[in-house]
Design a protein around this ligand. Structure first.
Ligand SMILES: Cc1ncc(COP(=O)(O)O)c(C=O)c1O
Length: 397
């Protein structure tokens, strides 16, 4: 059977082994606590669902323009103005089939073979693969717990070469939940602007932020930064619409036009009635978030507090999203639940087999010293899982 070289080069998901094992254990009736969730544990707001149902009944079941309906583009423009103070015209906006699709198509239309994209690690695991699928070269910057998992302007500058096309910024971040301050965003975006490197700003967790954290898009900094930034976003997290597949990209009209041409021969439009629901989501005030954020914040503080109370664990307090990324490397070389642990994979494996807790090894995100836990699960499950982790790690030898 012939498989293209391009696809052969994509590694099997490193998290697959753990996820598959956790599933098999659950099927055997074992009570596994899963910290792997990548989506909010709340339902899509009712008004959005109703709008999509009404759209179906009204016959909105046909093709729309490939790059999205005029209504959805208009709603994205209004949202970018309302939330970020940015003036995008519909020619600077495309609606994609989810934020992942936005990034994939952006890479496809901007990268030639050998072009480099700088990605700070830990990163969302699809970025490097999508860059490679566009024949680009991911250039990884290591951050680590000592710098709160944030890249510095110096690191970015050092990583830039003649082949660098873009830097990926993801604030708040998956997998760490960490955020750059507006000053840090400016310092990094200034380096990129000076060197002619675009900033691809993935802002999908923009509204899931806590305490006094302030979200800043590089596009807000100046007209020059606006022209040098591509903003990626979508409905999955803020509106809990992961299954609807709606994302968007805002940027220079040459890039958006190229993405339009690609999309017209690829997926064509995002689902028609999903877009109708999306418009309602974008136009409504974000009042559903009051309850969600209060609940996420309580769980965030619970999980960070209890993880940091375990000797050996270092977990900076995340400012956004719904993940924590503790550095667990102090346990490497030890035995946990009877298993020798040497890296994030064996650490996650020991906790799964020995304590019935499923977490994601950091190696999947380009940082082998940490692991990711999502707190988009019930508080009771978090408490149960933490109890098991605490016991297993306190008994480590
Ligand atoms: C950082 C980041 N960007 C983009 C996405 C894409 O989400 P979707 O394709 O569901 O819009 C995700 C989803 O997990 C994410 O974590």
């Amino acid at each position: 059977m012939k498989i293209a070289e391009r696809i052969k080069a994509i590694p099997a998901s490193l998290t697959l082994a753990i996820t598959a094992k956790a599933k098999a254990m659950k099927a055997e009736g074992i009570d596994v606590v899963g910290f792997g969730a990548g989506e909010p544990d709340f339902d899509t707001p009712e008004a959005i669902k109703k709008a999509a149902k009404d759209a179906l009944d009204a016959g909105i079941t046909k093709y729309t323009p490939a790059g999205g309906t005029p209504e959805m583009k208009k709603a994205v423009c209004a949202k970018m103005k309302r939330d970020r103070g940015l003036d995008y015209t519909p020619e600077q906006v495309i609606i994609n089939c989810g934020g992942k699709h936005s990034f994939y198509n952006l890479a496809q239309v901007t990268l030639d073979p050998g072009d480099e994209v700088i990605i700070p690690a830990p990163y969302w695991l699809s970025y490097p693969e999508m860059v490679k699928l566009a024949d680009g070269v991911p250039v990884i910057i290591d951050t680590g717990v000592d710098q709160d998992f944030l890249a510095t302007p110096e690191q970015v500058e050092k990583a830039i070469t003649k082949r660098t096309v873009a830097l990926v910024l993801n604030s708040p971040s998956n997998p760490t939940g960490m955020m750059y301050t507006p000053e840090q965003i400016r310092a990094i975006a200034d380096v990129c602007l000076a060197k002619g490197v675009m900033v691809w700003s993935d802002e999908i967790y923009e509204h899931l932020i806590y305490g006094d954290a302030v979200h800043c898009s590089p596009a807000e900094l100046s007209p020059e930064h606006f022209a040098n930034t591509v903003v990626l976003n979508g409905m999955s997290k803020t509106w809990s619409m992961t299954g609807w597949r709606l994302g968007w990209t805002c940027g220079p009209k040459e890039i958006i036009g190229a993405m339009n041409r690609l999309q017209s021969h690829q997926t064509s439009n995002p689902t028609s009635f999903a877009q109708t629901g999306g418009v309602v989501g974008l136009e409504r005030p974000l009042e559903h978030l009051d309850e969600w954020l209060a609940s996420f914040d309580e769980r965030r503080r619970l999980i960070v507090g209890r993880l940091n109370a375990i000797p050996g664990i270092r977990c900076p307090e995340p400012k956004g999203a719904f993940y924590v990324f503790p550095d667990v490397s102090a346990f490497y070389g030890k035995t946990i639940c009877g298993k020798k642990v040497t890296d994030s994979m064996s650490f996650a494996d020991a906790l799964l087999e020995g304590a019935n807790v499923a977490i994601v090894p950091g190696i999947a995100f380009g940082d082998d010293k940490g692991v990711r836990l999502s707190y988009a699960i019930a508080k009771a499950a978090i408490e149960k899982g933490l109890g098991r982790i605490e016991k297993a790690l306190r008994e480590a030898s």
